[in-house]
Structures are given as C-alpha cells and as structure tokens.
Design a binder for this molecule. Sequence first.
Ligand SMILES: N[C@@H](CCC(=O)N[C@@H](CS)C(=O)NCC(=O)O)C(=O)O
Length: 295
Amino acid sequence: MNDSSQYTPPKVWTWDAANGGEWDSINRPIAGPTHDKTLPTGKHPIQVYSLATPNGVKVTAMLEELLELGLEGAEYDAYPIRIGDGDQFGSGFVEVNPNSKIPAIMDHSISPPTRVFESGAILLYLAEKFGALLPADAANRAECLSWLFWQIGSAPYLGGGFGHFYKYADEKFEYSINRYTMEVKRQLDVLDRHLSISQYMCRDEYTIADIAIWPWYGALVLENVYDAAEFLDVNSYTHLVRWANEIALRTAIQRGRIVNRTWGTLEEQLHERHDASDFERRTQDKLEDSKQLSS
Ligand SMILES: N[C@@H](CCC(=O)N[C@@H](CS)C(=O)NCC(=O)O)C(=O)O
C-alpha cells in the first residue's frame, strides 16, 4: 500500500492493486455476477436471502415482529448469503439484488413474484403489505419515515467509514479515524437527544424506524461493535442506552438477530430459518448436547 502522505492520484484510476483490509477479497469496481448459482426456494410466501449483519437483522427482526403480531402471511424461509465467500455475486442473487448486497427478499405471495432489495425498502414494503409497524396518520408516518431514511443515510459513515478505518483497515490513519469518529459521535448525540424526549424513534410507537436503527446504533452501544465502546464512550449516551436495552428484550429482536448468523457462539447461530420451531429445536439440540457432555 502507498504511504498516504506521498500518494498522488493518477489521471485515471485503475484496478491493479488490492486496497488491503479485512474485506479486501470481496471488493471490486464492477457489478454483475461472477458465477452461476441458483438460489434455493422454500415453502413460505417470503424468501429471505441475507446474513445477520446489522442490515440483514433489520429484515429478519421485522418478519419476526410481524409474526409476533399474529400475521401468518409473514412466514418466511431465510437462507444465508455468505458475503465473505462471494455468494452475493452468484447469478441467482444478482437477479434478486443487482447491487450484490444483502439483504434481499422475494415475495411469492403476489403475481408475478416480486423482488425487494435495500433494507429500508424491504422494511417499508413489509410494513405497507401487512399494515403494521408504520403509523397511519400523516404526521407520525412522516416522523417514522424521516428516521428510517436517516438510518439508511447515516449508517455508511458508521460502518463503511468509522468501522472500516478504526477496525478493519490494515493501517490506522489518524485523519480518517478522526473524520469518521467526529461524525459517528455526532450521530450518537442526535439519537441520544431525540430519545431523551421520546420513548421510541417515532414518539411512543415502536415502528420500522426502531427496527432499522437498533441493529446499528443499539448494537453499537450495547455490544462493543468494532471493539469501539470505550473509544466512543458509548455509555455517555444514556437515553440511547436506555432505548437500546429496552428493544434488546423483545422476542422478535432476539430471534431476528440470530437468523442467518454464521459466526459467534453456537447458540447465537441459526444458519437457515424455515419455521418458528427452528428456534425451539435449536434450544432443544443445545440441551441434548449439554446432557451428553455432562454424562
Ligand atoms: N444500503 C444497503 C446496504 C447493504 C449492505 O451494505 N450490505 C452488506 C452487508 S451489511 C453487503 O452485502 N456487503 C457485501 C459486499 O459489499 O460485497 C441496505 O441497507 O440494504
């Protein structure tokens, strides 16, 4: 890698060198598929192709919330797209999301079966389809959508900016870390001030705005994401921590965050989800395992 203080950009950039960093192998400057691969399809109306990153958790948490509300049409099959292995560049996935990023869904309950990609679009699509988790009156709906779109616009500074330069980049550049830390702390303060006067993102109603923001900013203040809890002094954002803790207790969040999770402890992983009983079976399998280990 070039020494940044010596680097003069060429007239035309060419793709002839690795950028370095943990995600180097999947970064490329062109779109489209790299290989043929058909996606699996299960028995439910909604098919989810995703991974339990913050963007992926938004969708599985949303579907679990809808199921908690008794909306059976939200039953879904979820298949992992292993982005570290390049699954997002398979031909079947690119047909569902030409942008090659998780999450993406197919809705087979309508004709023709319809694709939806971009997590914000998926949340809005599902909220409108099921008439849930999106306020009906104009003022509250506007507030909810404002925060939903705030999340979509803000999180790239947290993930692609701060997370990349603080955690994943091979070299630590003070300029880049300062720039993105400034912005992330400003975002945390935006949320903290708002949540000091509001129970949820949209007044006293739990909505898709909370479902979009929690997997990024809730997880950031609760789970030491990027090993940055101390660096960002996350506990000083007390109202945000209060909100994050409250949402973390929801069954749908606890379920949604382990669907398509392929890392962490075994009890945090449910690679594929086809039925609510998959969660219980997981617990049962664990109990059987621990009985065998202790006998
Ligand atoms: N704006 C998109 C962002 C999706 C996104 O960045 N997904 C990441 C994982 S969190 C991904 O699939 N990365 C694979 C890649 O960049 O090749 C959304 O909200 O859905």
